[in-house]
Ligand binder design. Structure first.
Ligand code: SAM
Length: 212
C-alpha cells in the first residue's frame, strides 16, 4: 500500500506494516483524514496506540505526516478500496466530517465501503462517525435525515450503532481536527455524531464482494 511522509511516498507491504505495528495492541484508523491533524493529535497524546490516517488526497497530508512519531502512519487510499494489508487490524475507526464520495457511500450503504470497513476491523472494533450539516445539505440531505440514513445503513452493514446525537458548537470547537475548527467558526456549525461497534462477523454480502 502507498504511504506518505512529508512529500515522500513509500510502498509498505504486509511485512513492513507488521514491523511498524509490533507491540501496539490498539490501532485507530481515521478515514478521510484530510490534513491528518486529528491523527497527529492522537498519536502524540496516546503513544501506546498506533494511529493510521487514510485519505486519497496526498497534497493535504504533507505537513502533519512529517512529524517524527513512531506510532503514526498515513496511507493514500480511497475508502471504497481499502488496502488488503489492513485486514483485521483495526480496533477503532473514525470518520470525521466526510464529504464527496465518502459521504455518498455512507448515505447509499455502498458495499465497497461497508465491506471494506468490516474487513479492516478486528472482532471487537468500534466506530465513531461525525457528520456536518453543510456537507449533508450539499449531498441533498437535511442533517437529521442524513444522519438517520447513515445510522440505518451502518446497522444493515452489521454495526450496532447508538442513535445519532447532536454536537454543539463547543464540542466542535474543542474537537482536534481542522474541519471541526473550520465548521465551528463557520455559517453552519451543526453536526451530529454516531457511535457503535461491530456486532456481526463477516456477512455473506461482504464475502461475495471480496471473492469477486
Ligand atoms: C471535510 S474533509 C474532513 C477532513 C478531516 N477528517 C477533518 O476533520 O479535518 C473530508 C475529507 O474526506 C476525504 N474523502 C472524500 N472522499 C473520500 C473517499 N472516497 N475516501 C477517503 N477519503 C475521502 C477528502 O479527501 C477530505 O479530506
Amino acid at each position: 500500500m502507498e504511504t506518505i511522509r512529508g512529500k515522500t511516498s513509500l510502498d509498505l507491504d504486509f511485512n513492513g506494516l507488521t514491523e511498524r505495528l509490533a507491540g501496539y495492541n490498539r490501532i485507530i484508523l481515521d478515514l478521510g483524514t484530510g490534513d491528518g491533524r486529528y491523527v497527529h493529535f492522537l498519536a502524540d497524546k496516546f503513544p501506546g496506540q498506533f494511529i493510521i490516517g487514510v485519505d486519497p488526497c496526498r497534497e493535504n497530508l504533507h505537513e502533519h505526516s512529517r512529524a517524527k512519531l513512531p506510532n503514526m502512519l498515513f496511507v493514500i487510499a480511497s475508502a471504497q478500496d481499502l488496502p488488503r494489508e489492513l485486514t483485521g487490524l483495526v480496533s477503532h475507526v473514525t470518520i470525521n466530517f466526510p464529504w464527496g464520495s465518502l459521504l455518498d457511500s455512507l448515505l447509499t450503504g455502498d458495499a465497497s465501503l461497508m465491506c471494506g470497513l468490516e474487513s479492516i476491523s478486528n472482532s471487537i472494533a468500534s466506530v465513531d462517525v461525525r457528520l456536518n450539516g453543510g456537507a449533508l445539505v450539499e449531498a441533498g440531505w437535511a442533517l437529521e435525515a442524513g444522519a438517520e440514513q447513515i445510522y440505518n445503513n451502518m446497522i444493515q452493514a452489521g454495526w450496532q450503532v447508538e442513535p445519532p446525537v447532536m454536537m454543539n458548537t463547543d464540542a466542535l470547537r474543542s474537537f482536534p481536527s481542522t474541519w471541526a475548527k473550520r465548521l465551528s467558526f463557520g455559517r453552519d456549525p451543526r453536526a451530529m455524531m454516531l457511535s457503535g461497534w461491530l456486532a456481526q462477523a463477516q456477512s455473506i454480502e461482504c464475502r461475495a464482494v471480496f471473492s469477486r
